[in-house]
Design a protein around this ligand. Structure first.
Ligand SMILES: Nc1ncnc2c1ncn2[C@@H]1O[C@H](COP(=O)(O)OP(=O)(O)OP(=O)(O)O)[C@@H](O)[C@H]1O
Length: 301
């Protein structure tokens, strides 16, 4: 794998808050990543460090083989799109595109204007007069048309309606096919991006919980539904993440694949198995156990 980013033991403290705790990973070229985690997990902090906007308290970060902070050669290859992006007071959409053209070597003006038309973004309108959704559309348009070798999207599509988000996902995939690059999508809309992302980084309370191929994660856990004793029998010796009661039945979330042995075991016990979606898996892995399996087991006794 050719790494465009490497992070070793990255820790970031804000006073007594540890936003990132000894995080190590690499980002490969030509890959779309999902950067996932609950509110306050440390995703934005990580992206700020990788884009040279903040220093790590300890550890090392290398982006295109160099430290990113105040490094124009590195930063010219990086685009960071975030919802809180500020623009000069007098800027119109067209001004933003002109500035982006100077900043990004691979900027494609025709693509940018095509996206603006798709998103119904008026090129002559002042940015400060755009609606929230239009501002999001402007962010993703810049992020796509910049074609930066390393592009971070920090939930800039939150203001977009579902149709516009789908347009963003479609345009991203189509453009990525012709112009591969490394894309990091930070999002809470996991089901929406689960077919888009190739690899998942999951951060939980500052620690890197998962760094895995999305395909491997899709079969990582199952929901087992049946009578309480049958589910108990199936769950015995397996790692249970969550349990809930469903109209007389019990549904348990269990780590482990849907291998032939598990399927046969479930069938004998009359327990129904379904694979967990990426979003369900992330929720189950990042909700504290006291509120999931243990409490669920108590509740179903
Ligand atoms: N400048 C700062 N000063 C103090 N604490 C901060 C600062 N920036 C971030 N934090 C804290 O660091 C932690 C991680 O925040 P961060 O914004 O990285 O989370 P996030 O995963 O992006 O969350 P969200 O999904 O809600 O956007 C939080 O506890 C946050 O309050």
């Amino acid at each position: 794998m050719t790494a465009v980013v490497t992070a070793h033991g990255v820790t970031k403290r804000f006073g007594d808050v540890t936003a990132l705790d000894d995080v190590s990973f690499a980002l490969a070229e030509h890959t779309i990543y999902g950067l996932l985690g609950r509110n306050g997990a440390g995703k934005t902090t990580l992206m700020q460090i990788l884009t040279g906007q903040a220093f790590a308290s300890s550890g090392n970060v290398s982006v295109f083989d160099a430290p990113p902070v105040e490094n124009p050669a590195v930063l010219s290859k990086v685009c960071f799109v975030r919802e809180s992006q500020r623009y000069p007071h007098v800027y119109t959409v067209r001004h933003v595109f002109r500035t982006a053209r100077r900043l990004f070597a691979n900027w494609d003006d025709t693509f940018a204007h095509g996206l603006a038309a798709d998103f119904q973004l008026p090129a002559g309108r002042l940015v400060r007069r755009l609606s929230r959704g239009m501002l999001s559309a402007l962010g993703v348009t810049v992020g796509l048309a910049a074609r930066a070798p390393l592009t971070f999207f920090d939930e800039p599509y939150l203001g977009l309606d579902p149709a516009a988000r789908q347009l963003f996902y479609d345009r991203l995939l189509a453009d990525y096919a012709g112009h591969p690059r490394t894309v990091v999508l930070s999002t809470h809309l996991i089901d929406e991006v689960s077919d888009l992302v190739e690899r998942v980084l999951l951060i939980d309370r500052g620690r890197l919980l998962l760094d895995e191929d999305a395909d491997d994660l899709r079969g990582r856990a199952v929901a087992a539904t049946g009578r309480a004793e049958a589910v108990d029998g199936f769950a015995a010796g397996r790692t249970e993440l969550h349990r809930e009661r469903l109209s007389g039945l019990v549904r348990s979330t269990i780590l482990g694949g849907l291998g032939p042995h598990a399927k046969a075991h479930a069938q004998t016990l009359n327990v129904e198995l379904e694979p967990l979606s990426l979003q369900q898996l992330v929720v189950r892995l990042t909700v504290p156990p006291t509120t999931t399996a243990a409490a669920g087991r108590e509740a179903t006794r």
